[in-house]
Unconditional design. Structure first.
Length: 755
């Protein structure tokens, strides 16, 4: 059987790239002067254990993406972070971004619940899924911590943590920027200014705009294109060092996003299994066209609108052998979104008022040793407060609200609102002790005491006018849930035990036992007048063996792990309203392997590669849900999902990234190029395993020229160069279900300067 076209294209492009690199290696071998600069890999420094350390000395699995790698690999946000991180997938739906690490994640965390993979901006926790669209521009690096981080990062890190580390200001003045232009109307701009603001004070300010016109054509004349992008972000940081021992950093960021990205809800089924088709509606058969009837314009409140931001005040005082820190944080997020849930030209069912808002505050105190002695420690106290709420509304002829006689109103409208307050307090500590020069013992623990209070929950049923706006006057039904004021009180003790072995310089092996905990809460929004359901805590026990090895030119890190999950929180789409609800699975098991390789082949060529393997199943899930096609629409019923594959858990993932940099003679600058080939085997979108995403190979490339002093440059870039179709989300629904398409081939040119 012949190879699929996209695989042949990938192999052809990759072969051409390898030939180019081989020719460049010959040139380097001929031109490199004897006794030149020694070939070594650059040291990677991380703060995954609350102190600055060489990655090779950190006994946990961490994937690190440096700022220049993010730019050259086409990784602009969490949406594409899986490109260079094995055993990671990302679900993007509407305004939400949901990373999964080693099969553990949360498709959409309702207010009162949070993702299983935590996101941090510098040291501040970001609780809401819409924050995943935050730009990676002007970052020093991104750290992806894999596995439960129950000791140092605490609650809601059963899957892991993603840390966005922004660039610090420096004393020397510098200014830079970049302009990007590409197909589908891509226009982007980025700029920064950095330098001294006075005695011992430095500042850095950056801004970004990222936009395109959309790659999904609306078949209805006059309706806007979908999957467009319009993001604006500003980030700033001040650094004050009044003495050698004291450092104060104040940072802030703010982002707005208003567009139709994620709004192209395309049909999963095209026949009468799609209810809208059975009623005479039309669906799109082209993967990049849209046949729905909503949004109807590009005006306000027709797209997805989001705002988020926050700040951090960090104060560090350095003693001779330790540092005492205070970290105060605030985060805010708000979004509004609309969607056509039936995916057809019928006026069947639409989500036409969906809104979420969150305010959170955190205070953390840390006391951390400098890591030089035989005995080292990390200790801290953490407090977190959050107030969040969600409003929803569903309209259309599929809603069961009977219109008053003689009004001519053809539709019903149902909706509701809810709010939750969260308070969490946790002391934690981790110590390491060198038993011998080669052996080190690690012990850690955290105790989390939490309170979640249901502040509000209303459900209403009413009628709408021809524009699907609720009619004036009182609703037909208003039903406050009877358990408003109810509390859940999650608490957990999450220990960690580890043993590290360093037999020779450059080699470390480690073994660890870790427990992670994700707090339960309330199933908001509740799409019925019944009392709000409660969700139990999620627990994960992880056993991991790892090895980290580095020579001057090769770095190889690998890990094998075994997870035992209890009461895993699983997302289920309410088949009647489209609202996401959560249920607890009985138990689950994940076995896996992963590895990352960096090899400095020559002064001109570095090769990065990685692989991941998962065997991830529910070992007990008797109270699950499964949705199947019917003659008209779909039917959903209870099902025993024991033995099913965990969602978002491909068996195989991997990437290959050759990076080339060749100086030109006579100070003519340098040519640089990189290629990223990323692979994912098939996986399922839901716990019922009804919807399957096929295997896929994606190809990104970057080719550029930089001046001899690095001051400016020009380059070409391309993502998904083989134009491979894939989805970023699929969900079953009573009318047939929807999917959201990923971006096709995108390419362009960019110019930059740094002085």
């Amino acid at each position: 059987m012949s190879e699929p076209r996209h695989i042949r294209q990938t192999l052809g492009i990759f072969s051409s790239f390898v030939v180019l690199l081989n020719l460049s290696d010959i040139a380097v071998a001929q031109e490199a002067p004897s006794g030149g600069e020694q070939l070594v890999l650059q040291e990677v420094v991380v703060t995954a254990q609350k102190r600055a350390e060489n990655l090779q000395n950190v006994p946990i699995a961490v994937s690190v993406l440096q700022g220049d790698v993010l730019q050259r690999s086409g990784i602009a946000s969490q949406v594409s972070i899986a490109t260079l991180t094995p055993n990671v997938t990302v679900d993007t739906n509407a305004n939400f971004v949901a990373p999964y690490i080693r099969g553990i994640g949360t498709a959409y965390a309702n207010p009162g619940l949070e993702p299983s993979v935590a996101t941090y901006v510098d040291d501040v926790y970001v609780s809401r899924a819409d924050a995943g669209y935050m730009s990676f521009q002007d970052l020093e690096r991104v750290e992806v911590l894999k596995g439960p981080q129950g000791t140092l990062y605490g609650r809601n890190t059963t899957g892991g943590a993603i840390r966005l580390i922004s660039k610090d200001p420096t004393k020397d003045f510098s200014v830079g920027g970049q302009v990007t232009v590409g197909n589908y109307g891509q226009v982007g701009g980025y700029g920064y200014v950095n330098g001294s603001l006075g005695d011992n004070v430095q500042g850095r300010l950056s801004f970004q705009h990222d936009g395109n016109d959309g790659y999904v054509t609306n078949l209805t004349p006059g309706y806007p294109k979908l999957q467009d992008r319009n993001l604006n972000m500003v980030r700033g940081k001040l650094k004050w060092e009044p003495s050698d021992r004291l450092t104060v950093k104040l940072s802030a960021d703010y982002m707005t996003k208003y567009d139709h990205e994620g709004q192209a809800f395309l049909p999963i089924y095209e026949g009468t299994t799609n209810t809208g088709v059975a009623l005479g509606g039309m669906v799109s058969t082209n993967p990049y066209t849209y046949s729905g009837n909503f949004p109807q314009s590009s005006s306000d409140y027709q797209g997805f609108e989001g705002k988020q931001g926050g700040g951090q005040l960090r104060i560090d005082y350095r003693f001779d052998n330790s540092t005492l820190s205070s970290i105060s944080g605030y985060r805010y997020s708000w979004f509004h979104g609309l969607a056509d849930l039936d995916t057809t030209t019928t006026l069947l069912i639409q989500a036409n008022t969906v809104q979420e808002h969150t305010n959170s505050y955190s205070q953390e105190f840390q006391w951390v040793s400098n890591g030089d002695g035989r005995f080292n420690w990390v200790s801290g106290l953490y407090y977190y407060y959050e107030s969040s709420g969600h409003d929803f509304g569903i309209g259309g002829v599929a809603i069961s609200a009977p219109p008053p006689a003689g009004t001519g109103v053809p539709n019903g409208f149902t909706g509701g609102d809810g709010a939750v307050t969260i308070r969490s307090f946790a002391p934690y500590g981790q110590v390491t002790y060198k038993l011998t020069p080669q052996w080190e013992l690690l012990l850690g623990a955290r105790y989390t005491d939490e309170r979640k209070t249901l502040d509000k929950n209303n459900f209403y049923l009413t009628t709408v006018d021809s524009n699907f706006a609720p009619n004036p006057g009182p609703p037909l039904l208003v039903s406050p849930a009877s358990n408003v004021g109810a509390q859940v009180k999650p608490e957990a003790f999450t220990p960690k035990v580890g043993l590290n072995w360093r037999p020779v310089d450059g080699l470390m092996a480690y073994a660890s036992y870790t427990k992670g905990f994700k707090s339960g809460g309330f199933n908001l929004p509740q799409p019925s007048p019944a009392p709000v359901e409660q969700v139990g805590n999620e627990y994960l026990t992880a056993y991991e063996l790892g090895v980290k090895w580095q020579t001057g030119t090769v770095r190889f890190n690998a890990a094998a792990f075994h997870y035992l999950g209890s009461d895993l929180q699983v997302q289920v789409t309410n088949i009647y309203s489209g609202i996401t609800s959560v249920t607890n699975a009985g138990s689950s098991k994940v076995d896996g392997l992963e590895g990352d390789l960096a090899w400095a082949v020559s002064h001109a060529l570095e090769l990065d590669a990685g692989f991941g393997y998962l065997n991830a199943k529910f070992t007990s899930f008797p109270n699950g849900q499964k949705t199947l096609p019917a003659t008209v629409g779909t039917v959903t019923g209870p099902a025993d999902l024991t033995g099913n594959w965990l969602p978002q858990a491909p068996r195989w993932t991997g990437y290959l990234r050759p990076v080339f940099n060749q100086p030109l003679p006579n100070n003519l600058g340098a040519l640089n190029a990189s290629l990223v080939v990323s692979y994912s085997s098939e996986f399922f979108w839901t716990a019922g395993n009804e919807l399957r995403e096929p295997q896929r190979t994606l190809l990104n490339a970057d080719l550029g020229w930089t001046s001899h002093n690095g001051g400016y440059g020009l380059g070409l870039f391309g993502t998904n160069l083989t134009n491979r179709y894939f989805d970023t989300h699929e969900a079953p629904f009573s009318t047939g279900g929807w999917r959201v398409p990923g971006p096709p081939r995108m390419y362009g040119v960019r110019g930059w300067f740094n002085f």
